[in-house]
Design a protein around this ligand. Structure first.
Ligand code: FES
Length: 130
């Protein structure tokens, strides 16, 4: 089990490897991103983690970058070079961002599906338990 030294890390990419994203190419996306980072010698600056479902399956393949707090949608392995370039230059790839953090909450971009209200889902789950 690895224990990485993250003292120079500037960006963290969370790559969804949940079921829906995996069916849409999340493994290829993960490998492309990691290969791009290695090819550019950026391993100490950019860290990646696979995650389980992030609850935005409609947007598959989903990934999230920190510290900027951008959620990306419809990502494929072909997007890896420009994603890494965008992190280094600070020029966001706006056509792939589904939600961005404004310091208070996440704002959905135009054309991104709203999704299910969590409050309704929580009431349904609690009702089933009673
Ligand atoms: S499987 Fe990726 S968001 Fe659900």
């Amino acid at each position: 089990m690895a224990t990485w030294n993250l003292s120079e890390t500037q960006h963290h990419i969370l790559i969804c490897n949940g079921s829906s994203c995996n069916k849409a190419g999340a493994e290829e996306l993960t490998q492309s991103i990691r290969n791009e980072i290695a090819a550019k010698g950026l391993d100490t600056l950019i860290h990646t983690s696979r995650t389980l479902c992030n609850g935005r399956c409609q947007d598959k393949c989903v990934l999230i970058t920190y510290p900027d707090g951008n959620w990306y949608k419809e990502m494929s392995s072909e997007d890896a070079p420009r994603l890494i370039e965008s992190l280094i230059t600070g020029n966001e790839i706006e056509d792939k961002i589904s939600h961005s953090y404004n310091g208070k909450c996440f704002e959905r971009t135009e054309g991104t599906v709203k999704g299910i209200e969590k409050e309704g889902e929580i009431v349904k789950r609690v009702s089933k338990q009673l």
